[in-house]
Ligand binder design. Structure first.
Ligand code: GZL
Length: 344
């Protein structure tokens, strides 16, 4: 079966190359294989497992680490041929890449869905082509039959952890009387699993505290620039913000710039408490120096687990429907135990 696949793939590549050399007119843009990190054709080596990987973008240190983790684990040395495509945070680019993988009859399709909605049609095409689909990092809405397994974070649990930290913090430093705790949330792109899960988890805890006032929930697109812009806007709209819940470290860096430029302070000894997500090294250093109060880890190192799961599928073993990576909560009390080992 795999030899047939290889021959078909090799034929596709040869036809495209031949027509390109002939200077054929017409739009082969959609026919050519998706962007790969190298321009080599798909291998004829029947032992390599061919994986098409559509990564949603390269918007954060977290995302770059996630990509690198998968590229390192699914290397030729480990028995894989990885076709990598960067969708630059556009769902239509992911759908195009997945169709490209289907036309090349890869062995597996792996993708980190930018948004939860909108995948039914293309994943039905993959299913009809008999190509297993594995989700990494984020989930999709719709039927679980559309994918074989999910490897990533429990985003709702991450949101709950953030709320539980704030509960504990408030019990350590109770507010005067019925004073309200004014909270703003910088979210990821609305409709992404990270935004949906983290918001849901945090708000579940917040609903137990009538004095917690959620003043605003606005997307900062998971980027430094947009995080700063959004925080500048919130500072203009709200005078007395006590807590900033920022759904990734990149937005936190931008928000802290805006807060500092407004002449305000953050952290253990500051005006505003900062709760962040991801736990990249630069953020953990800010936890260590007291500028960020709490950082809820989101673990991007998913490549090795992905490789293990694919190897299980290769020999016909069953796999779980979802695999959650291990994650911690970092505060000044424990961050020193992890800071030196943080490589991203
Ligand atoms: C979380 C991941 C998020 C990170 C951000 O699993 O989807 O996307 O928290 C990244 O840093 O941009």
């Amino acid at each position: 079966m795999k030899n047939e696949k290889r021959l078909v793939m090799a034929l596709i590549v040869l036809i495209v190359m031949f027509l390109t050399l002939l200077g054929a007119s017409g739009d082969f843009e959609n026919a050519t294989p998706p962007q790969t990190t190298e321009e080599e054709s798909v291998p004829l080596d029947e032992d390599l497992i061919v994986v098409g990987f559509s990564q949603l973008g390269s918007e954060s240190v977290w995302r770059a680490t996630h990509t690198e983790s998968i590229q390192n684990a699914l290397s030729k040395e480990h028995g894989f041929f990885l076709q990598y495509s960067n969708a630059r945070q556009k769902q239509e680019n992911q759908i195009k890449a997945i169709r490209g993988f289907i036309s090349q009859r890869v062995d597996y399709i792996v993708f980190a869905p930018f948004m939860e909605e909108g995948w039914e049609t293309v994943l039905m095409e993959a299913k009809n082509a008999g190509i297993p689909v594995i989700l990494v990092d984020r989930k999709i809405a719709g039927s679980e039959d559309l994918y074989t397994t999910f490897i990533g974070s429990d985003m709702e649990a991450e949101g709950r952890k953030a709320g539980e930290w704030l509960e504990a913090e408030e019990s350590r430093n109770p507010l005067n009387g019925d004073e309200s705790l004014n909270i703003v949330m910088l979210t990821g792109p609305v409709g992404s699993t990270s935004q949906i899960g983290r918001s849901k988890g945090f708000l579940e805890v917040a609903r137990k505290h009538p004095n917690w006032k959620i003043l605003a929930q606005e997307s900062g697109d998971f980027t430094v620039v947009k995080g700063k812009e959004t925080m500048e806007k919130l500072l203009r709209q709200h005078e007395d913000i006590d807590v900033v819940v920022s759904q990734n470290d990149e937005m936190t860096f931008g928000a802290m710039e805006a807060i500092s430029e407004a002449g305000l302070t953050t952290g253990i000894y500051g005006k505003m408490k900062i709760i962040s997500f991801d736990g990249v090294k630069d953020a953990l250093e800010l936890v260590d120096n007291g500028k960020i109060n709490c950082d809820v880890e989101c673990n991007p190192l998913q490549g090795e687990l992905l490789a293990e799961v694919i190897q299980r599928l290769e020999v016909g073993k069953t796999v779980e429907k979802e695999y959650f990576v291990d994650e911690l909560v970092f505060t000044k009390e424990n961050v020193r135990d992890y800071l030196n080992d943080r490589v991203y």
